[in-house]
Design a protein around this ligand. Structure first.
Ligand code: 13P
Length: 266
C-alpha cells in the first residue's frame, strides 16, 4: 500500500484577496519542488480562488493544488448566489470539499444533497473530499458507527461506484469529528485510527480492494504538535486543517510531518 499523504487547508470564511494571496505566496515559498513528499491543497473562499489559483499556477512544480469548500449542484443558469462545479474547474480548482459539518449543521446540507454535490463535482473532473463525522452527543450515545455508515452510504449507494473507479479518479474521505473542530480537542491517534478503519472497512464492503487506495484524512484541531502522531496511523492519510492552515508556518510544519513520514516510507 502506498497512499500519498494529503495535507489540505480549509481556510473557511476568512481573509481578503490580499491576505489570501500573501498566505499562498508564503506557503509556496516554504514548499520544495521534490515529488517524493506529501501532496498539498489549499481551499480558499470562492471570492479568493482566482487570485490563489493564479499564484499557484505561476509556480509550476510545487506540489500544491487548489480546492473549493463546497460545490453547487446546478449547471450554469438562474441559481442566484450559487457557484457550480464548472466554474470551480474554470477557476483552477481540482478538489471540492462536500458535506463539511459546518455546511450540514449551519446550512442544512442533507446526506442526499451532499451525495448530489459529490456526484456533480466528480462528473466535472474535481476530486470530491467527502466529510463525515459525528457530534459529541452521537458519540456518547453509541451512535458513532451508525452515523458514519449513514453518511458514507448516502454516497456509496447513489453516485459513487467504486467498482468503476480508477486510482486516479478516487475521491478522498475526511473524518472530522464535529466535537474536535475548532475546539482544540483532537481525537487521540488511536480514536481517529479506529474510525478511519471503520470507514475503510465500509468502503471495502462495497468495493473490495480499491478501497485500499482511497485516502482518508483526519480533520479536527490538527496542529504542528499532534500531526506526526496522527498521520503515522495506518489508515490516516493526511489532514484537513482549519485554524492552523491560516498560518503558513503552522501549515508548513504540519506538512513537514507528512513529508517526513512519506520519505521514511511511512
Ligand atoms: P480546525 O482545524 O480549526 O479544528 O478545523 C477543522 C476543519 O473543520 C477542517 O475542515
Amino acid at each position: 500500500m502506498s497512499r500519498r499523504l494529503l495535507v489540505a487547508g480549509n481556510w473557511k470564511q476568512n481573509g481578503t484577496v490580499a491576505s489570501a494571496r500573501a498566505l499562498t505566496a508564503e506557503i509556496i515559498a516554504g514548499l520544495t519542488k521534490s515529488g517524493d513528499g506529501a501532496e498539498y491543497l489549499i481551499c480558499p473562499a470562492f471570492l479568493h480562488m482566482a487570485a490563489v489559483s493564479q499564484a499557484v499556477q505561476s509556480s509550476p512544480g510545487v506540489p500544491l493544488q487548489v480546492g473549493s469548500q463546497d460545490c453547487g449542484v446546478h449547471p450554469d443558469g438562474a441559481f442566484t448566489g450559487d457557484v457550480g462545479a464548472g466554474m470551480l474547474v474554470d477557476a483552477g480548482c481540482s478538489y471540492a470539499i462536500v458535506g463539511h459539518s459546518e455546511r450540514r449543521q449551519l446550512f442544512g446540507d442533507t446526506d442526499a444533497l451532499v451525495a448530489q454535490k459529490f456526484g456533480v463535482a466528480q462528473e466535472a473532473g474535481l476530486v470530491p473530499i467527502l466529510c463525515v463525522g459525528e457530534t459529541l452527543e452521537e458519540r456518547e450515545s453509541g451512535k458513532l458507527e451508525q452515523v458514519i455508515h449513514r453518511q458514507l452510504d448516502a454516497v456509496l449507494s447513489t453516485v459513487w461506484s467504486l467498482e468503476n473507479a480508477t486510482s486516479t479518479s478516487l475521491p478522498v474521505i475526511a473524518y472530522e469529528p464535529v466535537w474536535a473542530i475548532g475546539t482544540g480537542k483532537t481525537a487521540s491517534p488511536e480514536e481517529a485510527q479506529e474510525v478511519h478503519h471503520l470507514i475503510r472497512s465500509r468502503l471495502a464492503d462495497n468495493a473490495g480492494q480499491i478501497s485500499d487506495q482511497v485516502r482518508i484524512v483526519y480533520g479536527g484541531s490538527v496542529k504542528p504538535d499532534n500531526a506526526a502522531e496522527l498521520f503515522a496511523q495506518s489508515d490516516i492519510d493526511g489532514g484537513l486543517i482549519g485554524g492552523a492552515s491560516l498560518k503558513a508556518p503552522d501549515f508548513l510544519s504540519i506538512g513537514k510531518a507528512a513529508d517526513q513520514l512519506m520519505r521514511n516510507g511511512l
